[in-house]
Design a protein around this ligand. Structure first.
Ligand code: ADP
Length: 260
């Protein structure tokens, strides 16, 4: 993977610009800086390796050299998409999921921000927003996808089991550029339908643990327990508690697990 091969591969997509790094701290950090320096809509920061890759709450995201996809998209939302920005994480998750499906896999979305294959985490999403007063100026969508086996972190690094596309496909994995192309074209297609029920249905359909008892925790505290029903129209999670009351879990630093 290098800047020329990427530019060539993505030339058919209407991206805003591309910055490629052999190694970087975090693609989201670079994208946030570029966003405040007039990056165009759909500009991409991509790196072969991240040395300070981030998950939520500054948890670490492992991106060793040469084996994963790590990139950040800069979005400059139009007025018509602004009311639906809370759906961006679903849009990103659906795009990764579709690229997995094209490889014959059956991805699921562990709400809010992870993609699972066979119940194991293969990809994560980190969304960060640049505000201008009370308005969203830009949204940075970071995506990390484990492609080759050696992109999977050592077990002691993990709170949730992890896997890679290579481990799940069990045959030769396509080049990272090709997988990136599929994710981006899916993202561009779905973004044009961000305001539709079609997007919400497609997102809800592949939620992990649907119909099952789950536990939602924030830090070390359990904030909700119940049966996972689906999504609200803003992308919040809807559970049914033991007394048949519905509970809405909003975005935030919450983690979902099957109930013990
Ligand atoms: P969670 O979704 O588990 O609440 P985050 O979305 O913040 O957490 O992701 C960070 C966590 O993901 C890290 O604490 C680590 O356990 C795990 N992790 C880090 N890198 C990878 C990777 N390449 N593949 C799978 N899991 C990872």
């Amino acid at each position: 993977m290098n800047e020329n091969s990427l530019k060539k591969k993505l030339s058919k997509l209407n991206i805003g610009g591309l910055r490629y790094f052999d190694s970087i701290g975090s693609t989201n950090d670079e994208a946030l800086a570029w966003a405040t320096d007039n990056a165009r809509d759909l500009s991409i920061v991509i790196a072969d390796e991240q040395t300070q890759g981030r998950g939520r709450l500054n948890r670490k995201w492992f991106t060793p050299q040469g084996s994963a996809l790590a990139f950040s998209l800069i979005l400059r939302p139009s007025a018509s998409l602004r009311p639906h920005l809370s759906r961006t994480v679903g849009l990103a998750a659906l795009s990764i999921a579709e690229s997995c499906r094209m490889l014959g896999l059956a991805p699921q979305i562990k709400w809010p921000n992870d993609i699972l294959l066979n119940g194991k985490k293969t990809a994560g999403i980190l969304i960060e927003t640049v505000w201008s007063g009370e308005h969203v100026d830009s949204v940075v969508v970071g995506m990390g996808i484990n492609i080759q086996s050696d992109s999977v972190p050592p077990e002691e690094f993990l709170q949730f089991p992890a896997t890679s596309l290579e481990d799940e496909i069990k045959k030769e994995t396509p080049a990272r550029e090709d997988i990136l192309y599929n994710i981006l074209s899916s993202f561009i297609n779905w973004r044009a339908r961000l305001d539709t029920n079609e997007l919400m249905n497609a997102w809800e359909e592949i939620l992990a643990f649907r119909g099952e008892q789950v536990q939602v925790s924030g830090g070390s505290e359990i904030v909700a327990t119940g049966k996972l029903l689906g999504l609200e129209s803003d992308g919040s999670l809807c559970l049914l508690d033991a007394n048949d009351n519905s509970i809405t879990v909003r975005f935030g630093d919450v983690s979902l697990r099957p109930a013990a």
